[in-house]
Ligand binder design. Structure first.
Ligand SMILES: Nc1ncnc2c1ncn2[C@@H]1O[C@H](COP(=O)(O)OP(=O)(O)OP(=O)(O)O)[C@@H](O)[C@H]1O
Ligand SMILES: N[C@@H](CCO)C(=O)O
Length: 293
């Protein structure tokens, strides 16, 4: 039996739609695999009741197929589904690494990224890699048409998750189909600033680079209280705020000294809108790890 802890992730970071992603130090899924004649799946943990155990519908079924690695797969969910925190990606990345090691397939983590992305296609309709890449590689990742690159960065974060669900499939429907040149120039500038900030582990630059005028305004409409929660986080010291992945989680970048008050301000602002929420005080962390058992 092999068990892997695969972390939650936050994709997009505002200006890097479908490109940027970060691994979060917590929460995480744990995926345990044992060889079997055919794939069966068992799911426990946060939101398990909303996750299918049928291999055709669960992301890990597609990963087992892609690796030709049938197994009994147990998923202990730490990352709530439809959260914007890469819940499906954590399971897919964990299964990819665990099954690869179980069957000695010898793939590198980079080679496992497109395999894990097969799982993402099952739930969102596209094999986007911006969540599975950080869950496998850790740090800050750039999924570009010319490859996937990662860099370690030390950045404190708050991921505030309201008690509502937004599916990635639905949130992709509101993404604008065209972009004007002014927005393009602004986005390239912000994304470049964010990348520099990651290389320097500078929360100020990362926060400035998270501003996005293209996708985030449309996605924010799907999240009750978004503007109030963003403003409360900025007032409490956040250096930048955006929708995490496809939402409804909201991601704030901050300095370590402000993280606790940013988290409290975000939860309170959601509560004022009548929405229960929990805040993860987290940071950029490592990729999936094989557990000693
Ligand atoms: N192993 C799994 N873990 C989580 N969700 C799964 C899994 N397998 C299938 N699903 C389905 O995927 C959907 C959740 O994935 P979705 O991409 O919408 O959310 P997310 O991964 O939290 O979001 P995001 O990609 O925006 O960070 C739910 O419908 C859920 O039933
Ligand atoms: N880039 C994807 C990530 C989903 O987590 C999207 O925003 O639709």
């Amino acid at each position: 039996m092999i068990a892997v802890r695969a972390p939650a992730t936050s994709a997009n970071l505002g200006s890097g739609f479908d490109v940027f992603g970060v691994a979060l130090s917590h929460p995480a899924d744990v995926v345990a695999v044992e060889r079997a004649e055919e794939t069966t799946i068992e799911v426990t943990g946060t939101g398990a009741q909303y996750i299918p155990e049928d291999p055709e519908s669960n992301v890990v079924g597609a990963v087992a197929d892609a690796l030709d690695a049938p197994a009994h797969i147990r998923i202990d969910k730490g990352v709530r589904p439809a959260s914007g925190l890469g819940s499906s990606a954590a399971s897919a990345a964990g299964a990819a690494l665990a099954l690869d090691r179980l069957y000695d397939r010898g793939n590198s983590r980079e080679e496992l990224v497109p395999i894990a992305a097969e799982g993402e296609a099952v739930v969102s309709g596209t094999a986007h890699t911006d969540n599975v890449a950080p869950s496998l590689l850790g740090g800050f990742t750039v999924s570009s048409t010319d490859g996937i690159r990662s860099v370690d960065a030390s950045i404190p974060l708050v991921a505030c998750l309201p008690d509502v669900a937004v599916s990635t499939r639905d949130a992709r429907r509101v993404v604008p189909e065209t972009v004007d040149i002014e927005s393009l120039v602004d986005t390239v500038g912000r994304a470049s600033t964010l990348t520099l900030g990651m290389c320097r582990s500078d929360p100020e630059l990362v926060g400035n680079g998270m501003i996005d005028t293209v996708v985030t305004p449309a996605r924010a409409e799907l999240i009750t209280g978004y503007a109030d929660v963003r403003d409360a986080a900025l007032e409490a010291g956040a250096t930048g705020v955006t929708v995490s992945g496809a939402g409804p989680a909201i991601l704030a970048c901050c300095r370590t000294s402000d993280r606790r008050s940013v988290a409290a301000a975000m939860v309170d602002a959601f509560l004022e809108e009548g929405v229960d929420a929990r805040a993860y005080q987290t940071e950029i962390g490592p990729g999936a790890t094989v557990l000693d058992r």
